[in-house]
Design a protein around this ligand. Structure first.
Ligand code: GLS
Length: 838
């Protein structure tokens, strides 16, 4: 490439080639230029929105320089790349992250001050990029940060939803959903109108035998929708590596609209095609851990998988390598089963379009893909009806049948005595209608399957994938315990704590190697350090208290113990257990004398999280939390001893305020249901303790930080099945304290009892599937221990500091290195300062 560009041109180019800014003055120059020209504003009408715009564009330009170089460097190096396919990327805000990762926040802060703005106000102008539901989508965002920070040649592929996860408003205690139209000003994306892919749907398959006697399948007569690429730069921390996140947007393939109809005055129907095509990438499905089987969702999945694979294959073909080299150039990771269609799609490309034989193609497919499972909940496991498949993707259904045939023949040969096994492991479920089991297809088409925490990875081998362990052997299965990026979840969310740590550890190297935190153990008894650590926690609580006052109107005392549960609302996560615990506390306070009350430790119970719009029970839980808050927060007997608040519209940027402000956070899922959890890691890293069940990553957190630093309670996952059985077949006595809580609800102390009857009856009459009654006593007893422990502030702070020091394992950098080594077989690529050629 270098040789192909004549020297004079190269010299001219190099003379004017842009360089990243590194000083306050350079930043100001860039920001003012953008405000005045790109945004067409002046000194006299530059509000905070425009100042945000100018700042963001200045940083965008700066990132683009490194981004271009990284992409060129990766192309020239021609080593294996990772493609992370995820239907969700819960990125949150980009500006603060960009400033910190390129290490220019101080320049910008000083520059903005010169221009008359406060950094915090500018940061708050940005809307969250909320293209995800919860942990699964946020994990993908943390992984992108780690991939870039560790210099891996990696791309993310996703959908550019016009509407991200809805905004939640609480009106009269009920959740109300507001559409999240977030794209009116998005400086972080680059439309690539020249990077498009035509995607086919519907149609039929024509088979014929060609001249050489080979069976050929042609998928024809379908409807075409166009995918347009939008690229988002992902800056690594303290490295020039800037990776690419490519998001696909849909539009009508035929261009703008039907001109014939337009000319004859049928304006409305002339745009109908266009609108129908645009629907595909219009909205994120707002379900977490729940699949609804909607046709549009399957369309989204195929649209995105087909566009991404076309792109990946196009890039590979430019290298002119033989097909068998494909798995040495490409590793594709499937974030859950949502991108499973990529498996039959690659097989289709290889056999129908590239003319490979089935076996050769299939071996390439299996070597290319890895599949991460994120849940064992039956209602979350994707299944698509065969008739729907047949209608939308007829050729893919044939290929899936062929994959299944080959697979079942293999099983039959190896397990001739177990006839039942065939039905159990078949990709096609023989139900009415028949269903395609996507998890089985993902597993069969991948060379490695991983769970996301040790317990979860063990559970998938003994429950949903038990037969497959026999078929493929245990080595196909592995564990990669989740992690979080310390850049966003410590340095950005808790700058003072990060600075304090840096002052003791001699710099910010811990942000690149989180295990260095262990050195903090030397400061557990250091008076000055402890004092500062406590002051930071208090300041963070004051900040959250202000947010609560501003949004809920409730005054909370920052000296009280902040007890926080923020995550998607789901019965398995058991926010109902928490709110029953709050009611129990309230009733206990009410029954006490004023003298007894004086001995109590004040508490603030803070809830936050969205319920899927169609998940009625989850919405009932939100309603109960708000109803309890309305009573408790206005009860003069209670005062500061107990407050209960629901923080509206929990999202990534709220999490950055909430997480650093916690004393205790709740991770209290029914054992065996939460695959990992990742907020548990964020809270401990920020110097909060946790109450939790023996579930997901709580178990590994306990192992790392020590049993004495965590409040574990409740039944174990191995006992869950027997307990559930016992609810139906033996008479069990209700815990009297839980009974008292239910009595209070039934008496109408929190409003009309009828509103909450389903919640209570689910436990009292319908089998208590999530074991709330079984764990209630252990839960409230543990909260009593927490009250006692918190009174001894000296020992509490020791626990917090020790825990932070021991959290090094939970960096997403560690996860990414594990994926790279065990699953992808890819190496980092050291960044060059300047790409060759220009
Ligand atoms: C989830 C799990 O429920 C979480 O426990 C897990 O931490 C997360 C990332 O692995 O994936 N699965 C899911 O469908 N939504 C999640 O958040």
């Amino acid at each position: 490439v270098e040789a192909s560009i004549p020297e004079p041109q190269r010299a001219a180019w190099q003379k004017f080639s842009a360089e990243p800014f590194n000083t306050k003055e350079q930043f100001e120059q860039e920001a003012v230029r953008h405000i005045e020209t790109t945004l067409a504003r002046s000194l006299y009408n530059c509000d905070e929105g425009a100042a945000y715009g100018g700042t963001a564009l200045a940083f965008r330009d700066r990132m683009v320089i490194d981004w271009n170089r990284t992409q060129q460097n990766q192309t020239f190096a021609d080593q294996k790349r990772v493609y992370y396919l995820s239907l969700e990327f819960l990125m949150g805000r980009a500006l603060d992250n960009a400033m910190l990762n390129v290490q220019q926040k101080d320049s910008a802060k000083a520059g903005l001050a010169d221009l008359g703005f406060r950094m915090e106000d500018i940061i708050n102008q940005e809307r969250d990029a909320a293209l995800g539901n919860g942990g699964l989508g946020r994990l993908a965002a943390c992984f992108l940060d780690s991939l870039a920070s560790l210099n891996y040649p990696a791309w993310g592929y996703g959908l550019r939803y016009r509407y991200g996860i809805f905004k939640q408003e609480i009106i009269d205690g009920y959740q109300v959903e507001i559409p999240d139209y977030w794209l009116d000003f998005n400086p972080w994306e680059f439309p690539r109108h020249d990077v498009t892919v035509d995607i086919q749907f519907f149609g039929n398959v024509r088979k014929y035998v060609d001249d050489s006697g080979k069976q050929v399948s042609v998928w024809e007569n379908g409807e075409i929708v166009q995918a347009v690429a939008y690229d988002v730069p992902i800056p690594g921390y303290a490295t020039p590596t800037t990776n690419n996140l490519r998001l696909w947007s849909s539009k009508a393939a035929s261009g703008e609209f039907d001109f014939q109809k337009f000319n004859s005055g049928e304006y409305e129907s002339s745009v109908a095609d266009q609108q129908r095509a645009e629907t595909i990438s219009a909205v994120l499905y707002p379900n977490d851990n729940l699949e609804r089987g909607k046709e549009l969702r399957l369309k989204q999945q195929y649209f995105w998988c087909a566009a991404s694979l076309f792109d990946i294959v196009r890039r590979f073909k430019k290298s002119k390598k033989a097909w068998k080299e494909f798995p040495n150039a490409v590793a594709i990771q499937l974030n859950d089963t949502h991108p499973t269609l990529a498996i039959p799609e690659l097989q289709r490309i290889l056999i129908d379009q590239e003319g490979l034989e089935w076996d050769e193609a299939w071996s390439i497919v299996q070597k290319t893909f890895g599949y991460t499972n994120h849940t064992v909940l039956p209602e979350a496991l994707e299944k698509w009806s065969v008739p729907l498949f047949q209608h939308l993707l007829p050729r893919h259904l044939q290929i899936i049948y062929d994959i299944n045939l080959h697979f079942l023949q293999y099983v039959e040969r190896n397990f001739p005595k177990d006839r039942e096994m065939l039905g159990r492991v078949s990709i096609i479920e023989e139900s009415q209608p028949k269903m395609v089991r996507m998890a089985y297809l993902a597993l069969i088409g991948s060379h490695k399957v991983n769970g996301v925490a040790e317990l979860h990875s063990d559970l998938i081998k003994t429950t949903i994938f038990k037969d497959f362990v026999k078929i493929y052997g245990p080595d196909k299965f592995t564990n990669v315990t989740n992690g979080i990026t310390p850049r966003r979840w410590l340095h950005q969310a808790n700058p003072r704590l990060s600075e304090l740590i840096a002052s003791k550890l001699g710099g910010y190297d811990f942000l690149k190697d989180l295990t260095l935190l262990h050195k903090l153990e030397n400061y557990v008894d250091d008076k000055a350090f402890r004092k500062e650590f406590q002051e930071i926690k208090f300041a963070n609580k004051v900040r959250l208290a202000k947010h609560i006052k501003d949004t809920n109107g409730v005054s909370v005392n920052p000296a009280a113990l902040f007890d926080i549960q923020v995550k998607r609302i789901h019965e398995y996560k058991r926010q109902q257990l928490n709110i029953f615990g709050v009611i129990h506390r309230y009733l206990t306070i009410k029954s006490m004398s004023p003298e007894e009350r004086k001995k109590l430790a004040p508490r603030v119970s803070i809830f936050g999280g969205k319920a899927a719009p169609g998940y009625w029970m989850a919405k009932t839980i939100i309603h109960l939390v708000n109803a309890v808050g309305a009573v408790v927060n206005n009860d003069k007997d209670v005062g500061d001893l107990l407050k209960c608040v629901f923080v509206e519209d929990y999202n990534v940027s709220k999490a950055e305020i909430i997480v650093p402000a916690s004393d205790i956070s709740e991770h209290i899922s029914t054992a065996g249901t939460e695959a990992s959890g990742t907020s548990n890691m964020k809270f401990v890293l920020n110097g909060g303790l946790i109450i939790g069940t023996c579930d997901g990553a709580n178990i590994e957190i306990t192992r790392e930080i020590g049993e004495e630093n965590i409040f574990l309670f409740g039944n174990l996952s191995e006992d869950v099945e027997d307990l559930r059985h016992a609810h139906f077949y033996s008479k069990f006595e209700f815990d009297p304290q839980l009974q008292r809580v239910f009595d209070a609800i039934k008496e109408g102390r929190f409003g009309d009892a009828g509103q909450f009857s389903a919640l209570v009856n689910g436990i009292v009459e319908h089998g208590d599937y999530y074991l709330v009654s079984d764990d209630f006593k252990s839960y409230i007893d543990t909260h009593t221990l927490i009250d006692e422990a918190y009174k001894d502030q000296e020992s509490w702070v020791s626990k917090c500091i020790t825990s932070v020091a021991r959290m090094g394992f939970f960096s997403s950098d560690r996860c990414i290195d594990e994926y790279a080594e065990m699953i992808w077989n890819v190496e980092p690529l050291s960044p060059t300062k300047k790409a060759k050629g220009v």
